[in-house]
Design a protein. Structure first.
Length: 470
């Protein structure tokens, strides 16, 4: 089987984790969904739905939506941080457009209460005034979460369509990759005991404020903890530019040490067990195939999510977090060469790794969601750098389509031809997906021939039975 056929087979399998249990797939592309005209946004969400995704992930940028984001003093009346009607109109109109387009396309929305903070919500300026992230104030973040939850409660009047209400959003994720210095600071603190993680405590305070606000608006809101990166740059000599590995981050957030004993630090004196509806994680393995494990025991790539699950269970047993948290793998993907000459994999390999990674997620019954980061590549000219310069290819080139809309092999692999909710496929297939997969259908699947005349042959080969085309 070639890479495309392997990818198609894997994605066919990945539509169901087991009988009655679908595996939703979320696509994120803020560049297209939050920065284009309404008609274009609708076209993109329709395309995402046609590709077979079930959800879109959108970023509700705190600094992008808040008034006076570079001012050191919080705006006064009539601004009410818990009321989105008192925020600038343009930012929320863009977000409304994307939420409404997703609903019209039959897609659910995951809304990230995202980076960065307005300057008036942090005690100290960061290295860039458009990326304030030094110890954001939990109370202010909670008010921002409340404003969003009220707006997307399902009862908020649509400002552009009198007599109608904005769609409800029920899946929420406070902050993004809090174990990375690009998104939250400080990551580390030096005191008389030495260098120790600080960002897990800062994040815990933010998260718990947002959780209370979101649940206060509606108990139906599902709130995900974590949203962690799979690894983090770390150097004791440069703590200002070092992150915290995800498992160490999680232990510290739960106020336990490496041996799972209670941490005796000032930040944990008022620790309260952390409530959540799931754990969000970004299990990237950007420079290696999805099956590769990470040698650092505190990192968690896709093939090492069992480490994360095991730690979550250990913390739950000690009463530190909600038990039996499912995993939501909310960001994943591979950049390709072409177009990016520095990327390690070809478009064909991207399709193959997409198939294998989705299959790995599918095989884990604890995974409730998988992800594709990017519908289209980002035009490198948007970086502002000159061709050949170091930053020219800084933007993400891991889309299903090129920047000008041409499909990569991954677009066909992702589309999952013929499968929609209600069609389930059970499987028996080898880990690497490099030999024919055994498929068994529960319902008839429509016949569909991929472009270029290629066909996917699915067969059933059960022990003691003959091969039967399906």
């Amino acid at each position: 089987m070639d890479a495309l056929t392997c990818s198609l087979a894997a994605l066919l399998l990945a539509t169901a984790v087991g009988p009655g249990h679908q595996l939703p797939v979320v696509v994120q592309d803020d560049a297209l969904l939050l920065n284009r005209a309404p008609a274009q946004v609708q076209q993109y969400t329709d395309q995402i739905a046609a590709e077979g995704a079930s959800d879109v992930r959108l970023s509700a940028s705190w600094s992008g939506l808040a008034p006076s984001p570079t001012a050191t003093k919080k705006p006064g009346a009539p601004f009410d941080a818990a009321d989105s009607k008192t925020y600038p109109v343009d930012g929320f109109r863009r977000l409304d457009t994307a939420v409404k387009a997703a609903a019209a396309s039959g897609l659910d929305v995951e809304l990230d209460l995202a980076f960065w903070a307005p300057r008036w919500a942090v005690p100290k300026a960061s290295d860039r005034n458009d990326r304030e992230r030094y110890m954001p104030k939990p109370a202010e973040f909670g008010l921002f979460a409340q404003a969003l939850a009220r707006r997307y409660s399902g009862t908020f009047p649509d400002p552009d369509q009198p007599g109608r209400t904005l769609p409800a959003v029920r899946l929420w994720v406070p902050w993004n990759e809090p174990n990375q210095p690009a998104f939250l600071m400080p990551q580390w603190r030096r005191d008389k005991s030495g260098l120790r993680p600080e960002s897990p405590h800062v994040y815990r305070w933010l998260y718990q404020a947002a959780y209370a606000a979101l649940k206060g608006v509606s108990p139906a809101n599902q709130v995900l903890l974590g949203n962690t990166a799979p690894s983090a740059p770390n150097s004791a000599d440069d703590p200002d530019h070092s992150g915290v590995a995800p498992l160490k981050f999680l232990r510290t957030m739960a106020c336990v040490d490496d041996q799972l004993n209670p941490l005796k630090v000032p930040e944990c004196r008022r620790f309260a067990p952390i409530a959540a509806d799931g754990y969000a994680h970004h299990p990237y393995s950007r420079t290696s195939p999805p099956g590769g494990s990470d040698p650092n025991p505190d990192d968690a790539r896709l093939a090492s999510t069992d480490r994360l699950e095991g730690l979550l269970d250990q913390l739950a047993q000690r009463g530190r977090i909600t038990p039996n948290l499912p995993l939501y793998l909310t960001e994943y993907g591979y950049e390709t060469n072409p177009p990016d000459p520095t990327a390690p994999f070809s478009p064909d390999q991207q399709a193959q790794w997409m198939g294998e990674s989705t299959y790995l997620a599918y095989k884990d019954p604890r995974v409730r969601m998988f992800a594709q980061f990017g519908l289209r590549d980002i035009d490198p000219r948007e970086s502002g750098a000159k061709p050949g310069a170091k930053g020219y290819w800084a933007n993400w080139q891991g889309g299903l389509f090129t920047a000008d809309g041409q499909p990569k092999p991954a677009a066909l692999a992702f589309k999952q031809p013929g499968l929609r909710p209600g069609h389930r496929v059970l499987d028996r297939c080898d880990r690497g997906l490099r030999s024919p997969c055994a498929l068994r259908r529960q319902r008839d699947l429509p016949h569909e021939r991929p472009p270029s005349g290629r066909q996917l042959r699915a067969e059933r080969r059960d022990p003691g039975q003959q091969v039967a085309p399906t």
